[in-house]
Design a protein around this ligand. Structure first.
Ligand code: SF4
Length: 353
């Protein structure tokens, strides 16, 4: 276990909250974005954790709303010459790694991720160097440099399957950066996994006792949990999975209510998938208390309408993603491994269905 990074004491550079827009201003920016998307031959690729109005706009303009694996796939397969990535910076970098010929723009390059920030390349290199016998598996929420160091990139939607696969080959594993997801896949697979100690500030904050009280208050509700949450929260879950897997679980579980322990941005697509069900936010410490995210990622919240319009209109050093070519090629290898593993897995799942 690494002593190099401690998420309990980490101080993150949180951005200020974006200014609220009036109804007229929102309409103005929506129209402007639609026009700029056409002019720039651009498509919007939005993450499930962005605000509902951003997801709605991506949907309306023929873009996509998805988890990081699907965002990567969609961006590289789409014919547009410019991708507007509404998410956090590693998602823009991943899009650029897969689509170097495209211009990749972001509403802001300041949209960070505590998992990415918590895994600096110099420290991670030292960690890997001290365990040269281990296969290095990193979560998608990492910088291009960390991906380039890895043997595999993985997302939460296929993490258990990939670790199971590597374990079946007798490989010992380094997992980074999320400690909770690392512990979750270790328990699911019994593999020999050495975990980096990063954490997501959103999922790290769900509160066990408050969730137990909420379950008692809503006895008919199912609890849906993202595996980046602490073990005590995972233990209370009826379903554990990635964002897309949680949306599927909300659809298929018979419960009339869902208590959802992940970023509340997911409610937009989840409510579309099961309009008759009541969706409830799992409890955090709450605004004004010790809560650092309150179930909504402060960096995802930077993807506002004005910032998207600025990104499309201005491009340049404030908005365009660049990845060094040698780094890009090195990071592409473990990313492509993930995509082809995911494609094989899909075929297998279809074959078994
Ligand atoms: S929700 Fe967590 S994992 Fe996702 S971008 Fe924000 S800090 Fe990173």
């Amino acid at each position: 276990m690494s002593l190099m990074f401690d998420p309990e004491t980490a101080v993150y550079p949180f951005p200020p909250k974006p200014a609220r827009l009036s109804v007229d201003e929102k309409q103005h920016y929506r129209e402007k974005i639609k026009r700029l998307l056409k002019e720039r031959d651009a498509v919007m690729v939005a993450h499930y954790y962005t605000d509902p109005e951003i997801q709605a706009l991506a949907e309306e303009t023929g873009g996509c709303i998805s988890d990081s694996l699907e965002m990567a796939r969609f961006g590289s397969n789409h014919s547009a010459s410019t991708l507007l990535v509404a998410g956090v910076r590693f998602m823009g970098e991943t899009a650029k790694i897969l689509s170097p010929e495209k211009t990749v723009l972001m509403p802001t390059l300041q949209a960070e991720c505590s998992l990415d920030l918590g895994c600096p390349i110099e420290e991670f290199n030292r960690f890997c160097d001290s365990h040269p016998d281990r296969t290095v598996v990193v979560y998608a929420n990492t910088s291009a440099a960390v991906k380039a160091r890895a043997d595999w990139v993985v997302t939460s939607s296929i993490a258990v399957e990939l670790i199971e696969h590597l374990d079946s080959l007798g490989e010992k594993i380094i997992w980074a950066p999320d400690r909770h997801l690392g512990r979750y896949v270790t328990r699911q697979t019994d593999a020999d996994v050495l975990c980096w100690q990063g954490a997501c500030i959103v999922h790290d904050e769900f509160k066990t006792q408050a969730l137990q009280r909420m379950k008692a208050l809503y006895p008919q509700a199912a609890v849906l949990v993202h595996p980046e949450s602490p073990q005590a929260i995972v233990d209370l879950a009826d379903a554990v999975g990635s964002t897309s897997q949680l949306i599927q679980a909300a659809q298929s579980l018979p419960h009339p209510q869902m208590i959802v322990a992940t970023d509340r941005g997911i409610f937009y697509k989840m409510q579309q998938a099961c309009p008759d069900k009541e969706l409830l936010e799992a409890p955090t410490a709450g605004e004004g208390a010790s809560c650092r995210s309150c179930a909504h990622c402060p960096w995802m919240a930077m993807n506002g309408l004005k910032a998207i319009a600025d990104g499309l209109e201005q491009g340049g050093s404030q908005h365009e993603i660049h990845v060094d070519e040698a780094l890009r090629q090195a990071a592409l290898i473990p990313l492509n491994r993930m995509l082809s593993f995911a494609a094989d897995l899909k075929l297998k799942v279809k074959g078994n269905a």
